[in-house]
Design a protein around this ligand. Structure first.
Ligand SMILES: Nc1ncnc2c1ncn2[C@@H]1O[C@H](COP(=O)(O)OP(=O)(O)OP(=O)(O)O)[C@@H](O)[C@H]1O
Ligand SMILES: Nc1ccn([C@H]2C[C@H](O)[C@@H](COP(=O)(O)O)O2)c(=O)n1
Length: 231
């Protein structure tokens, strides 16, 4: 380099999609931290808008009511993988968006086209502003939000493995009930008309059923490094 500065790698955009409990958040956060990239949890954004609808008395089973309110809340995502944040109208909602009530209503809210248009625009703005690049995780990142991502990963795992992981998180949760709830949410997310959960044609599928979390992280880091090296 003429000025003696070290060459900087161009920003890299990584899209990680897959059904619930496949390890998207854990993997994306760790990969972003390891590679010095930003991190965006798009599920948290859909949960945040759902939380706002519930808190403001909007009937989440009425798509017209949800559509009419879709542009009202201001959702802000912090993208540091060491401490991602999410606020709605300035209120920290990181805890409230994980309640059972929000989880049971988020698929209906996120199926409304006006909600998807609003949140997709927000996601693209955040990704474009990430100085060194970003790992964005969700359901439709590789297919719709960032179809030109440098690398697309689609994580999968058996319903049994996913339910066991989730039940481990929710102390005392019934594995069978957790499995049924995961399957129901995946079916709703996969069958909606607008931007369903789907694997992009050019995504690399990684089945995490028999892999530990560190093994999945290593696999994805390697894929990003290979992509950067032009392999
Ligand atoms: N390969 C793995 N082996 C064992 N446990 C894992 C693995 N990957 C993730 N986990 C654990 O499974 C749980 C769910 O992981 P995570 O939240 O990352 O999944 P997710 O795909 O983001 O789920 P959701 O879409 O529902 O938010 C966490 O407790 C996480 O530590
Ligand atoms: N890109 C995305 C991300 C998430 N959603 C919806 C569907 C999920 O059931 C819900 C919660 O996501 P999670 O926190 O479990 O990752 O949000 C979506 O439609 N598109």
């Amino acid at each position: 380099m003429e000025n003696g500065a070290a060459p900087t790698a161009p920003a890299v955009i990584v899209a990680i999609d897959g059904p619930s409990g496949t390890g998207k958040s854990s993997t994306s956060k760790a990969v972003a931290a390891q590679l010095g990239l930003s991190y965006l949890d798009t599920g948290a954004q859909y949960r945040a808008i759902t939380w706002w609808m519930v808190t403001n008395g909007i009937d989440t089973d009425d798509p017209h009511a949800v559509a009419a309110a879709a542009d009202k809340p201001e959702i802000v995502s912090g993208t540091d993988p060491a401490g991602p944040t999410i606020t709605v109208d300035g209120v920290d909602v990181a805890g409230p968006i994980r309640t059972q009530e929000v989880t049971s209503k988020v698929s209906a809210v996120s199926a409304v086209p006006e909600v998807r248009a609003r949140i997709t625009e927000l996601q693209r703005t955040i990704a474009a502003a990430a100085p060194l690049g970003i790992v964005v995780e969700g359901r439709d990142i590789g297919t719709t939000v960032l179809p030109d991502a440098d690398l697309k990963i689609f994580l999968t795992a058996s319903a049994e493995a996913r339910a066991a992981r989730r039940s481990g998180e929710l102390k005392g949760a019934d594995v069978h009930a957790t499995r049924e709830a995961l399957i129901k949410r995946d079916a709703a997310d996969s069958s909606r008309k607008t931007s369903p959960l789907a694997k992009a044609g050019d995504a690399v599928e990684v089945d995490t059923t028999a892999l530990s979390l560190p093994q999945v992280i290593e696999c994805v880091v390697t894929l990003v490094e290979e992509k950067r090296a032009g392999k």
